[in-house]
Design a protein around this ligand. Structure first.
Ligand code: AP5
Length: 220
């Protein structure tokens, strides 16, 4: 199973990618998480990526494509029988690069799942989001607060706000999404791979809708 999740910032790609990876026992590949891992470990790639991430801009295509190609080629992807990509591709050139990477391995995508959520809902989710820097658990100040204010329920670490979840940066991310990522909707629709799901429901409802949408691709 090889899947791509598309959707605006905060649409629930990370949340759903984890659920789908568990459902099909495939590997979750998040370019945002990979960049944050490199940033937190002070690697050259991480320092470069952070210059763009902190501003809400995209990391250059060639850097991102190389990182994804390396990750897709790791042995766990073959042994677990596939992946769900969360945050890649994010530009049409990245979509073309992904097709070329897969073609070189005689592989193809099974489906591209577009999680649609209105922008005002996304904004509320992002500016209220708090994350655990230690175990990556996610909270929301009012929609999903931790039991003790600013403290992770899972590991007790102090929660932080992602630098790119500041209101001004969130607005830049929406603009970048509209200009550079949304053209991928038509790109994958043309290739018969796109399935659109309402992301403005509970996370469990969204997961069920995504699993059923992949079923319709298998039936095509
Ligand atoms: P990335 O981390 O991928 O950021 P993003 O796409 O903006 O997505 P988010 O992680 O903010 O949200 P999400 O859609 O995963 O939603 P989540 O499940 O967390 O990328 C960060 C940066 O890295 C980019 O800006 C860019 O600089 C760089 N980058 C990454 N990929 C790149 C690429 N391919 N090319 C170039 N640069 C790249 O949910 C959001 C919140 O909502 C959470 O609090 C969650 O608990 C809550 N939530 C989720 N689902 C629901 C629901 N159904 N109902 C209510 N709340 C929900």
């Amino acid at each position: 199973m090889r899947l791509v999740l598309l959707g605006g910032p905060g649409a629930g790609k990370g949340t759903q990618a984890k659920a789908l990876a568990k459902h099909w026992k495939i590997v979750h590949i998040s370019t945002g998480d990979l960049f944050r891992y490199h940033r937190d470990h002070g690697t050259e790639l991480g320092l470069l990526a952070n210059r763009y991430m902190a501003q809400g801009q995209l990391v250059p295509d060639e850097v991102t494509e190389k990182m994804v190609e390396d990750r897709i080629s790791q042995s766990d992807v073959a042994s677990q029988g596939g992946f769900v990509l969360d945050g890649f591709p994010r530009t049409v050139p990245q979509g073309e690069a992904l097709s070329a990477i897969l073609a070189s391995k005689h592989q193809h995508l099974d489906a591209v799942l577009y999680i649609f959520v209105p922008e005002e809902v996304l904004e509320e989710r992002l500016v209220g989001r708090r994350v655990c820097p230690q175990c990556q658990a996610n909270y929301h100040v009012s929609l999903n607060p931790p039991k003790i204010a600013d403290t992770c329920d899972v590991c007790g670490a102090t929660l932080i706000q992602r630098e790119d979840d500041q209101p001004l940066t969130v607005r830049t991310r929406f603009k970048v999404y509209q200009e550079q990522t949304s053209p991928l909707i038509a790109f994958y629709e043309k290739r018969g791979l796109l399935r659109t799901v309402d992301g403005n429901q509970t996370p469990d409802q969204v997961t069920r809708a995504l699993v059923s949408a992949v079923g319709t691709v298998a039936d095509d």
